[in-house]
Design a protein around this ligand. Structure first.
Ligand SMILES: Cc1ncc(COP(=O)(O)O)c(C=O)c1O
Length: 361
C-alpha cells in the first residue's frame, strides 16, 4: 500500500500498477531467467519492447506514418542543443516563444550555436501567462519555431497552440506529454524527458517528422545526429534499456486507463480541486499563473509570507504530502500533479489547503 501523496516535480510519481509489475518481473523477465537489465539490447526481448514502446507512443500521440519515435539520453536539456545542432543552418535563425525558465534555457542553447530570436515573451509579466496570438511576431523564415508546452517552474501551460503558418514547429513537452490529446501533425519535432509523465529519469522521448531530416545539418557528431538514431531505431549504441522498458509499461497503463481523453479529463478534475482551493481562500493563496494560462500539471502559488510557506510545506509533509516546495528560483508552493498522481491525492491536498488557510489566515 502506498499512502504518501507525492507531488514531486520530476522525477515524479509513477503509476503504482507499473511499479508492481516491474517488481514482479524484475529478476526473471517473463520466464527468460534474466532481468531486463541483464539482457542484450540486441536480443529479441528488448527489440520487442523497443518496437512496442515506439508504436504505443506514436499511437497515443496520433502521429501518422511520416513520424519516427526515438528514445535517447541526455534529458530534455540535450535536446535544447540537439535541435539547433541539427536544424539551425549556418546563417539561419530560430524563433522562440518565451514563457518561462525552460523556454529561456532552450533559447540560450540555440543562441550559443547560431541565431535565436524571441518571437514573443511574457517575461515582463513574470511569466504569469503565455503570449496571446496578437503578441507573437514570427520571423518570415525561421528554421523553426520553438515552444514550451508547459512551464514546469512557473506553472503555466498553452491550452491551444498558436498557428505558426507552416513553419517547422518544435515543442518541449517534458512536463505535459501525454497528459491530453494533441494534434501531433502540427509539429516537426516533439521532445520530452521521461521523468514526469513517461517513466524513470534517463530516457528522452522524441517524435520527429522524418521528412524534416532531409534538411538537417550534416556536420554534427554521430551521437548528436537525429539521423543516426532514426537509422538505428534508437539502438545505435547501448540504450537506457530499463528506462525504455518502464516507459513502455507506463504507455500501456495510459492506454488501458482510457487513453488521452480520459487522462485529460482526470487531470482537469485534479487541477480544478487545487485551483478552487486557491480561488476560495479569500486571497490567502495567490496563484502565480493567470487563470487563462493555469497549468494542469504544476499548480504554483504563494502564501502571505515565506514563514507561512515553510510551515505549509512542513505540516503537509507531516500529513503525508511530499514535494510541495516551489522551485528555488521562484519560491512558494508547487504541486506537480502529473498523470500518475491520483485524484484522491489532490482532494487530500485541497482539504489541507482549506484547513491551513482557516488556521493561519
Ligand atoms: C519543461 C522542461 N524542459 C526541460 C527540462 C529539463 O529536462 P532534463 O532534466 O531531462 O534535462 C525540464 C525539467 O524539469 C522541464 O520541466
Amino acid at each position: 500500500m502506498r499512502t504518501l501523496a507525492n507531488f514531486n516535480a520530476g522525477p515524479a510519481m509513477l503509476p503504482t500498477a507499473v511499479l508492481e509489475r516491474v517488481q514482479a518481473e524484475l529478476s526473471d523477465y517473463r520466464g527468460s531467467g534474466m532481468s531486463i537489465m541483464e539482457m542484450s539490447h540486441r536480443g529479441k526481448e528488448y527489440e520487442a519492447i523497443n518496437a512496442q514502446a515506439e508504436e504505443r507512443f506514436k499511437r497515443l500521440l496520433g502521429a501518422g506514418a511520416g513520424y519516427r519515435v526515438l528514445f535517447l539520453q541526455g534529458g530534455a536539456s540535450l535536446q535544447f542543443a540537439m535541435v539547433p545542432l541539427n536544424f539551425l543552418p549556418p546563417g539561419g535563425s530560430a524563433d522562440f516563444l518565451m514563457t518561462g525558465a525552460w523556454a529561456e534555457k532552450a533559447y540560450e542553447e540555440a543562441a550559443a550555436l547560431g541565431q535565436a530570436r524571441a518571437a514573443a515573451s511574457t517575461a515582463a509579466d513574470q511569466y504569469r501567462r503565455v503570449p496571446r496570438p496578437d503578441e507573437i511576431a514570427l520571423g518570415p523564415e525561421p528554421a523553426y519555431v520553438h515552444i514550451t508546452s508547459n512551464e514546469t517552474i512557473q506553472g503555466i501551460q498553452w491550452h491551444s497552440f498558436p498557428d505558426v503558418g507552416g513553419r517547422p514547429f518544435v515543442a518541449d513537452m517534458s512536463s505535459d506529454i501525454l497528459s491530453r490529446p494533441i494534434d501531433a501533425g502540427k509539429f516537426a519535432l516533439i521532445y520530452a524527458g521521461a521523468q514526469k509523465n513517461l517513466g524513470p529519469a534517463g530516457v528522452t522521448a522524441v517524435l520527429l517528422r522524418e521528412e524534416w531530416l532531409a534538411r538537417a545539418n550534416k556536420n554534427v557528431p554521430t551521437m548528436l545526429r537525429y539521423a543516426t538514431h532514426v537509422k538505428n531505431n534508437s539502438l545505435y549504441n547501448t540504450p537506457p534499456s530499463f528506462g525504455v522498458y518502464m516507459l513502455n509499461l507506463v504507455l500501456e497503463w495510459i492506454e488501458t486507463t482510457g487513453g488521452l481523453e480520459a487522462m485529460a479529463e482526470r487531470n482537469r478534475r485534479k487541477a480544478q480541486l487545487l485551483y478552487t482551493a486557491i480561488d476560495q481562500s479569500g486571497g490567502f493563496y495567490r496563484g502565480h499563473a493567470l487563470p487563462e494560462s493555469r497549468s494542469l500539471m504544476n499548480v504554483t502559488f504563494r502564501l502571505p509570507s515565506e514563514a507561512l510557506e515553510k510551515k505549509f510545506v512542513s505540516e503537509a509533509q507531516a500529513a503525508g504530502m511530499v514535494g510541495l516546495a516551489g522551485h528555488r528560483s521562484v519560491g512558494g508552493i508547487r504541486a506537480s500533479i502529473y498523470n500518475a498522481v491520483p485524484p484522491e491525492a489532490c482532494q487530500t491536498l485541497a482539504e489541507f489547503m482549506n484547513d491551513f488557510a482557516r488556521h493561519n489566515g
